[in-house]
Write a protein that binds this ligand. Structure first.
Ligand SMILES: N[C@@H](CCC(=O)N[C@@H](CS)C(=O)NCC(=O)O)C(=O)O
Length: 203
């Protein structure tokens, strides 16, 4: 498998999942400003949607959408990063993945755009902050989103919350979330992914 990624982007979640899975994989960096790969290929020819992550599978086909890519990786190593497909625990996991994708990941999207007015950015931080209030109700009672085991939902949440370094909002209001970030960042495989993306200072 090959993961097309950009440092610190949502593709970091898939990178962490690949590291945690122990499966063999390679990485190819994408420049999201030019939409080119290091050898000058047009990334739109690889993923017509133009965004990361893209996971190139061993049969030559490609999979996109972070929440789906994460589940594909987890299902290559059953019982480690996601509960079995069809179980109620798996639906709970998917509930988190969808929440992270739509409420947090896409919720923070306007903060990345230099054209977003400051007043609107404040509204975005407030709205996503209310979602963080919901997340800490779970993380205050258990180390990871679905219980005591690290899953792909934790990799995804960690990746999105890690954006606070780049988007300049602090986690003071959510000490439980800051503790979660530290807990995940301390995992050896997560450190490996962060190191490969040159993000160790920003985690
Ligand atoms: N719906 C996609 C969104 C992926 C996405 O937003 N990727 C961002 C980085 S976090 C990106 O590559 N943006 C550059 C672009 O859209 O050109 C998913 O869930 O994977």
């Amino acid at each position: 498998m090959k993961l097309y990624y950009a440092p610190g982007a949502c593709s970091l979640a898939a990178h962490i999942a690949l590291q945690e899975s122990g499966l063999p994989f390679s990485l190819e960096r994408v420049d999201l400003r030019t939409h080119k790969t290091p050898d000058g290929r047009d990334y739109y020819a690889i993923n017509p949607k133009g965004y990361v992550p893209t996971l190139a599978l061993d049969d030559g086909s490609r999979l996109t959408e972070a929440a789906v890519v994460l589940q594909y990786i987890a299902d290559r190593k059953p019982g480690t990063l996601a509960p079995a497909f069809g179980s109620i625990e798996r639906y709970r996991l998917m509930e988190w993945l969808n929440f992270i994708a739509t409420e947090l990941h896409k919720g923070l999207g306007p903060l990345w755009k230099p054209t977003t007015p400051d007043a609107y950015k404040a509204t975005v931080v407030e709205a996503v902050g209310n979602r963080f209030d919901y997340v800490v109700k779970t993380l205050g009672a258990q180390p990871y989103l679905t219980g005591s085991n690290f899953t792909i939902a934790d990799a995804y949440l960690f990746t999105i919350v890690n954006w606070h370094h780049f988007l300049k909002f602090d986690l003071d209001r959510w000490p439980v979330l800051a503790q979660f970030q530290a807990r995940v960042a301390a995992r050896p495989k997560v450190r490996k992914a962060l190191e490969a993306e040159h993000l160790l200072k920003a985690a």
